[in-house]
Design a protein around this ligand. Sequence first.
Ligand SMILES: C[S@@+](CC[C@H](N)C(=O)[O-])C[C@H]1O[C@@H](n2cnc3c(N)ncnc32)[C@H](O)[C@@H]1O
Length: 276
Amino acid sequence: MNYRHAYHAGNFADCVKHALLLWLVRALQRKEKPAFFLDTHAGRGRYDLASPEALQTGEWREGIALLRGDPDPALADYLGAVERLGLYPGSPRLIRSLLRPIDRLACCEPHPEEVAALKREFAHDPQVAIHRRDGFEALGALLPPRERRGLTFIDPPFEAEDEFARLAEGLRRAQRRFPSGVIAAWYPIKNQARVRQFHAMLQEGGPQDALAAELWRSTPLDPTRLNGSGLIIVNPPFGFPEAASALLRALHARLARETGSGYAIAPLDGAMTRLS
Ligand SMILES: C[S@@+](CC[C@H](N)C(=O)[O-])C[C@H]1O[C@@H](n2cnc3c(N)ncnc32)[C@H](O)[C@@H]1O
């Protein structure tokens, strides 16, 4: 467990995942029924972009720093939330900021320092439960929720060699436990071959009714670089492809680095058709 998100917070991959995540949270709240949100790999909740960790990599300079002040209406909700929440909000803080009094959020994080910070962040908040535990195991323990409506967000650190396989198994498990729930799972895009393998893995007995939304800021060929950011969305809410396409178009306009960049939204059963 060496991974610390403080080195990467607010980078281009975070911007893609968090902008889509906010849209999904709001989509779950279209009905006036309670919803449950599960953040399986939560991190510490919010990040100081002036911290030594953030300054060491400077990754946010090629992420949120390029988006601030962007007038594109597609980004207004995400950029408004970042502005309003102060520091860079991680997924628990972003989800919490939208909770209605009838909703609940559960967060899992095993790293001792990260979970301690997360507990401080949400001390005495009756709508947020923090679990110091493995996020993949929590899929079995915390799903299905009593609300029977909800979103599971899975955002692993991808430190281990078998993380794609664990994620594929996690997606299968989450859908078995809670078939009607929406799931959003993040994955890194380094080279395209690895991503195609992952999509193929998901097709074999994997989640039904799933889409992949991807943005790559440089050609996804070099396996040593983070070239893109992807999300698998299971049970995408009505209107997701159109909304995601507007969001990715706006993000791509600012975050792309090379001519080989692009974005796409597609079912898992075919090659991703580039939209840009
Ligand atoms: C990419 S970061 C999460 C960022 C966060 N979701 C956000 O958007 O702000 C991955 C987190 O997973 C944590 N982690 C590592 N192994 C884990 C496990 N087995 N279960 C749950 N979380 C884990 C790491 O400590 C790290 O904080």
